[in-house]
Design a protein around this ligand. Structure first.
Ligand SMILES: NC(=O)c1ccc[n+]([C@@H]2O[C@H](COP(=O)([O-])OP(=O)(O)OC[C@H]3O[C@@H](n4cnc5c(N)ncnc54)[C@H](O)[C@@H]3O)[C@@H](O)[C@H]2O)c1
Ligand SMILES: N[C@@H](CCC=O)C(=O)O
Length: 543
């Protein structure tokens, strides 16, 4: 429809439900958990709106009960990947020419469906398939996902309103085109909301997408596709292509119409894709946009002026919520020697209250890690700490993978600030602590800055304002998301644009207009109302 300049509904953040004992929401979530636990889905590819079954199947299981199958998932081969690319290209013209307010309406409907019918479906799928507790599922698959949809519609509107100056005789306009080609979205297992945002952020800007979800978050990601369909997203705009990463990466990145990569995952995978793109440059029609948010080795630095209860709370929450499997999770702490005995006691007091187990039991604070590879890798790191004279495990340290991939929340204290667990991303419930001499704060800042290649999130705890100011300046390049007297996890869409630098990614800030800018190729249009009629300059006729 034309002949009106529409205003979008105001954006707001979806309020989280508490699932308190006896609440109707808790009863509905439990019922949905039972429904999904007691069925085995057959999950197809979705290409151009059609379900495609290849018969080449992977199983999706509960990480906390790995013998329990949730779904059989059809995997794409080379032929289906080509079909998905073609479906995205076929859908492109209609979608990019759809008026922006129509696209925004679909996104607002997606958000409304999440806050009502799909809240329980997505939360249950995220709990069962990714082993999140009810609270962690709620803030991810409901709140953050709905927030991405509502706010991205608003950010699109903001971008489109950015227009250049004009004069009496010229009208200058910027036309925010979609990219010429299709976008490849590749998502990690750990946030349902990230899977949602990686595919839909390019889509709201008029692009069509080939989406490769992680094999270990397939259940919730499949329900997202159901939601998009129910909200009226046209066929072919997002094509759902579960597949082996290395296969789909090779086929897609080889295609001349590949126009952009929207990736979140490990640094190694992103680096390898970037290299492949570099080697293929001459094949492409355009320079592809490469957006990748990658690994982290996030820290909390405690100053002796800090409130220790607040610091201990932040350390425990950001290290162990969702089993430490947030890219933002705290995995190294720098604690002042003068306060370490009290801080340690406070932390251990909280640890004693943490229960680990099946997430359907709402008393558990933690579930299992995502798969056997993660379990084995984490236990190897714990083994290194057990054997080292430089490290002492002061909490946890054991694992049991007989039923689920369970690892005790583990705290290592090391005398070596560059001990391997202070340096490498483990992506599991393992926290390392280095105790520094209070008077060596400057040296500790330098060590912190130079210890790990990552720069995603970091937090400081101090009440001395001069110290807050000094640390904020000195640690400027150590984190793309920096927190003062708060935990280093839990960025909220529209409030804390999210992304890191160094080896943590391209810092294109999910949850802000900065990310959406990457999915448009602006065209400047100058129209002249009084074109010149004589080519000559005035001084050409006389000296
Ligand atoms: N910075 C952020 O915002 C952010 C957010 C979430 C997770 N992460 C990071 O993600 C990682 C954990 O997630 P993960 O284990 O799912 O990451 P991963 O890198 O193993 O996988 C990410 C995705 O890439 C796919 N993939 C793997 N190889 C591929 C290839 N050659 N071509 C194309 N796709 C390929 C995987 O199948 C998956 O879908 C951690 O490093 C974490 O820090 C970062
Ligand atoms: N945005 C989330 C982390 C996403 C990565 O896994 C947070 O801020 O905790």
């Amino acid at each position: 429809m034309t002949n009106a300049l529409f205003n979008l509904p105001d954006s707001h953040n979806e309020p989280a439900v508490s699932y308190a004992p006896g609440s109707p929401e808790r009863a509905r979530l439990k019922a949905e958990l039972d429904r999904q636990y007691n069925q085995v889905l057959d999950i197809p590819l979705i290409i151009g709106g059609e379900e495609v079954r290849t018969g080449n199947l992977l199983t999706a299981v509960c990480p906390h009960e790995h013998g329990h199958v949730l779904a059989h998932v059809h995997q794409a081969g080379e032929a289906e990947i080509h079909l998905a690319i073609q479906a995205a290209l076929d859908a492109k013209a209609d979608w990019e020419n759809t008026p922006w307010e129509e696209r925004a309406a679909i996104f607002n409907r997606m958000a409304s469906l999440i806050s009502t019918k799909y809240r329980y479906i997505l939360n249950a799928a995220t709990m069962l398939g990714q082993s999140k507790t009810a609270h962690q599922a709620e803030i991810d698959s409901t709140c953050e996902t709905a927030d991405f949809f509502r706010y991205n519609a608003k950010f699109m509107e903001q971008i489109y309103r950015q227009q250049p100056l004009s004069t009496d005789h010229t009208w200058n306009r910027v036309h925010y085109r979609a990219l010429e080609g299709f976008v490849f979205a590749v998502s990690p297992f750990n946030f349902t909301a990230i899977g949602a945002n990686l595919a839909t952020a390019p889509a709201i800007m008029g692009n069509t997408v080939v989406w490769k979800p992680a094999s270990t978050s397939i259940l919730s990601n499949y329900y997202l596709m159901e939601l998009y369909k129910e909200a009226g997203l046209p066929r072919g705009v997002i094509n759902f292509v579960p597949s082996r990463g290395s296969l789909i990466g090779k086929v897609v990145l080889d295609h001349p119409s590949f126009a952009g990569l929207h990736f979140t995952g490990s640094t190694g995978v992103f680096n390898s894709m970037w290299k492949t793109v570099g080697g293929n440059l001459e094949k492409y029609r355009i320079y592809p946009r490469l957006v990748g948010e990658t690994g982290g080795k996030d820290y909390i630095l405690v100053h002796h002026s800090a409130d220790l209860v607040e610091a201990a709370t932040a350390i425990v929450r950001s290290s162990f919520e969702y089993q430490g499997q947030k890219c933002s999770a705290c995995s190294r702490v720098y604690a002042p020697a003068s306060k370490w005995p009290q801080l340690r006691e406070l932390i251990l007091g909280m640890m004693a209250r943490i229960k680990v187990g099946d997430v359907r039991d709402f008393r558990n604070y933690m579930g299992a890690v995502i798969d056997e590879a993660s379990y084995d890798a984490t236990m190897r790191y714990i083994g290194l700490a057990q054997e080292s004279p430089e490290a002492e495990i002061i909490w946890g340290g054991k694992g049991d993978k007989s039923v689920g991939w369970f690892i005790e929340p583990t705290i290592i204290v090391t005398t070596n600030p560059k001990f391997i667990t202070m340096e490498e991303e483990i992506f599991a419930p393992v926290l390392s602590v280095y105790v520094y001499e209070d008077e060596k704060l400057d040296e500790t800042i330098r060590v912190l800055d130079g210890t790990s290649p990552y720069a995603l999130t970091g937090a400081i705890f101090a009440r001395n304002r001069y110290v807050v100011n000094r640390l904020t300046a000195a640690l400027a390049n150590t984190a793309g998301n920096f927190y003062i007297n708060d935990k280093c996890t839990g960025a909220v869409v529209g409030h804390q644009p999210f992304g890191g630098a160094r080896a943590s990614g391209t810092n294109d800030k999910a949850g802000s207009f900065l990310n959406l800018i990457r999915w448009t190729s602006p065209r400047t249009i100058k129209e002249c109302f009084a074109p010149h009629r004589d080519f000559a300059y005035p001084f050409m006729e006389e000296e």
